[in-house]
Design a protein around this ligand. Sequence first.
Ligand SMILES: [Zn+2]
Length: 440
Amino acid sequence: MKYLYLEMRAEEPLAIRADHAANGAKTTKLLTGSAVLGSLAALHRQRYSEQRTDFTDLFLKDQVYFPQLLPASYSVSKRWLKPFLDKNRFFMPVLPVPRTAQSCKRFGGFYKLDQEGFNVPERHGVRDTLLDWAAFYLLQQKGSIPAEKCIVPLEGEKQRKKQCYYKGCEESLDHFTGYYRRHRGDSKLRTAMEVKSSLELHTGINREQGTVEDGILYSREVIARDSLFSGIIKVPDHLEGQLLQFHDERTYIGTGRTRGLGKVRIVVSRTDDSDYGLMYGEQEQALKSFKERLNKFDDTLRKVCNAYEAETRAAFYFALTLHAPAILFDDYLRYRGSIDAATLAELTGIEPKTFELLYQNAGVQRIAGWNELWGTPRQQDYAIETGSVFLFSSQQKLDDDDQLLQALYRLEEEGIGQRRAEGFGRVCVSDPFHLEREQM
Ligand SMILES: [Zn+2]
């Protein structure tokens, strides 16, 4: 499997419909995998119409995993970012913030440092609560611990953890959502990514006369011109070349193409190596850094839990964090709303009793029914939300016969559930985000 970087820049405003319901004119803040696949397929038909086998291989066989494209525009001026932007800024993946993240209610957001290292404009930092929850559940499991002591990992002594730590701010903490990107120069430094929307005004046209109809003026929310989106395409080695053909092309995405909307510039290029500790890189190197990442998570979890006198008896701890919505069915073809131990066993092919689900923070979202490739309606799906987190303990060590390591690596590389060619089911094992705390 090769990982290719895909970037789209809006040359005109974009309208990607979040919902095909009759009154649903709300625009999404990302480019759905289905829209991306449809748009690349249309471009391929137009430019390389004689390469029919390639078209089948790329778009019809579900062997290329196209991504959802996430907003990659910086939410602050580039001036203070400049020192970090100079080197390969394009290759850092944009990731969703896990549901366990929290930030200050008044000044929420990642630290923003200027060139001298001062935090401007004021943002009080983001913390992740997953390890606190781990300690809480492990203390509860012990049974003999009184309730007021179990709650300490979540609330801290005298409720300090419910408040913002930043320079005595003491405002309460709130959930924090969105997308972020790490900096290549300093992986601890993260920036929120955002997408700007604008309102377009349109006049209604009189069908008989072809002129402006009196009294019909409407507006529509669109993604602003110049917005940047990016994602990673996962492609079998032998098809890499066919996708690299799109190294600088223009095409259309979304709706409203006859109203001057939807033109994008596409760039597909090779990703760099795995030096930022994420999964993208050469196989052997990737497996090594994958293993390091999992062990670091396990180590840190034990340290944090032991500090609260919680016992870490399981052989190994890891978390699954969804980087895209995941559509999973149970045996009766009903939608799953979470990933429990039995589901994980099914996904990895490992004995169900090996795993125990310690904690989860998950939500369910509806996926609109529209097939962009065929331009036809499709059944709606329900998916486990992006950013959902599942914490597991395992009775098997990571390197017992390498079985667990290989199974988890495959899970991350291949994803889980349905419609993976449209960017669904991307999962990250032991996401480093859970170990990074700007707040205490
Ligand atoms: Zn604060």
